[in-house]
Design a protein around this ligand. Structure first.
Ligand SMILES: Nc1nc2c(c(=O)[nH]1)N[C@@H](CN(C=O)c1ccc(C(=O)N[C@@H](CCC(=O)O)C(=O)O)cc1)CN2
Length: 296
């Protein structure tokens, strides 16, 4: 079997197009412009690129972008004061603090200081609890992007066996909750799961979010399964820098029914879903109906 390649770049462009359409209508009909504030602390090179891309994409869909770049030595008190200000700013519908933060800052404390209604990352403990209990919440962008691609590929996911390899708070756990919400039978596996290959091989949907380059190989994939690779690992091969996922692409693609590549799979959906979440937050703040197909 040769797997269908799920084109995340094209899918993300389509989502951004839908968001742009809703934003134009919000502006024309209601005079409302959704606004996203992104906070970057420090000089992490990858984070700087992601924040630059978030700013460009926010502008491209017609939203207001408020960028706050703070020095690495910013104190917790100063960062909390900025978030407090953004929480109270009616022009800001979404707030995102780019991770990772410098080590002297307590990420949990910072994230939990964001107004949950403006927490477009879905990392606030209130949103985690709402998602876990099947209530309306802000949903983390990367898992939301994976869910959208899975729904598009399969239609209904009900009754499918889903295995999520990885138990992080920002991908693995919310991904499992979302799949459960769509009536999958869900297993969360991780690096210490016994007989990991055996567990993975039972999956109709296999989501790899373990953070280990090419750990999931073709012999761990059920023939015809859908493989979603969330990993972004920079490795060196033959003296050259290379970006690979958590899935060994060639061997998995030879067995799977469908697969997301790295780059160009899940990654681009992260920013597209951030824009979708900002639009959702803006609609909720203004008591307007939520955009269809752009939420969980
Ligand atoms: N506050 C947050 N911090 C971080 C998040 C997040 O969702 N919220 N996620 C990641 C970084 N990230 C967005 O912030 C992100 C990662 C990757 C991509 C992407 O498009 N990747 C491309 C490859 C890009 C490359 O060449 O490096 C792909 O996979 O095709 C977008 C956004 C950590 N921090």
């Amino acid at each position: 079997m040769v797997a269908k390649v799920i084109d995340g770049k094209a899918f993300a462009a389509n989502v951004r197009g839908q968001v742009a359409g809703h934003v134009a209508k919000l502006k024309a009909d209601k005079g409302i412009t959704p606004g996203l504030a992104v906070v970057l602390v420090g000089e992490d090179p990858a984070s700087k690129v992601y924040v630059k891309n978030k700013h460009a994409s926010t502008i491209e869909v017609g939203m207001e972008s408020f960028e706050h770049r703070l020095p690495a030595e910013t104190s917790e008190a100063d960062l909390l004061a900025l978030i407090h200000r953004l929480n109270g700013d009616p022009a800001v519908h979404g707030i995102l603090v780019q991770l990772p933060l410098p080590k002297h800052l307590d990420s949990e404390l910072i994230i939990n200081s964001i107004d949950p209604a403006k927490d477009v990352d879905g990392f606030h403990i209130s949103n985690v609890g709402l998602l876990g209990t099947g209530q309306k919440s802000m949903v983390p962008c990367t898992p939301l992007g994976c869910l959208m691609m899975l729904r598009d590929h399969h239609g209904s996911l009900a009754g499918m066996n889903a295995v999520v390899v990885g138990r992080s708070n920002i991908v693995g756990k919310p991904m499992a909750q979302l799949l459960l919400g769509d009536s999958c039978t869900v297993t969360i596996a991780h690096s210490r799961t016994k007989d990991l290959a055996e567990v993975c091989k039972r999956a109709d949907i296999l989501v790899a979010a373990v953070g280990r380059p090419e750990m999931i190989t073709g012999d761990m994939v059920k023939p015809g399964a859908t493989v979603i690779d969330v990993g972004i690992n920079r490795i060196e091969r033959d003296g050259k820098a290379k970006l690979v996922g958590d899935v060994h692409y060639d061997s998995a693609a030879a067995v799977a029914g469908a697969i997301t590549p790295v780059p160009g799979g899940v990654g681009p959906m992260t920013i597209a879903c951030l824009l979708a979440n900002t639009l959702t937050a803006c609609c909720r703040a203004n008591g307007l109906p939520e955009p269809k197909g752009l939420t969980a």
